[in-house]
Design a protein around this ligand. Structure first.
Ligand code: FES
Length: 87
């Protein structure tokens, strides 16, 4: 997975990254899911944003609830969350 660290999203990166790392550890995925940084994803007005690979699934307006769902639903079951993903 990639977390946007562009100019806009970067201001919230530390909080988002910490939340993902905590949720990944809680789901026992910390050793299998790599968290990397990306450049701007072109959706600055809807940040903070992340992209999940494979599949290039983009999630915007990340918050604690969304991050927990992404980890426990998308990453654990490999099923993108339709209502949260950005087109
Ligand atoms: S800075 Fe994150 S989408 Fe542009």
């Amino acid at each position: 997975m990639y977390l946007c660290h562009g100019l806009h999203c970067g201001s919230q990166l530390a909080e988002v990254q910490q939340h993902f790392l905590h949720a990944l550890a809680a789901a026992d995925l910390h050793a299998t899911v790599e968290v990397r940084l990306s450049n701007c994803l072109g959706r600055c007005e809807r940040g903070p944003n992340a992209i999940i690979q494979p599949g290039r699934v983009v999630y915007c307006q990340l918050n604690g609830t969304a991050i927990n769902r992404i980890v426990h639903e998308h990453l654990l079951t490999n099923t993108p969350i339709v209502e949260l993903r950005d087109e």
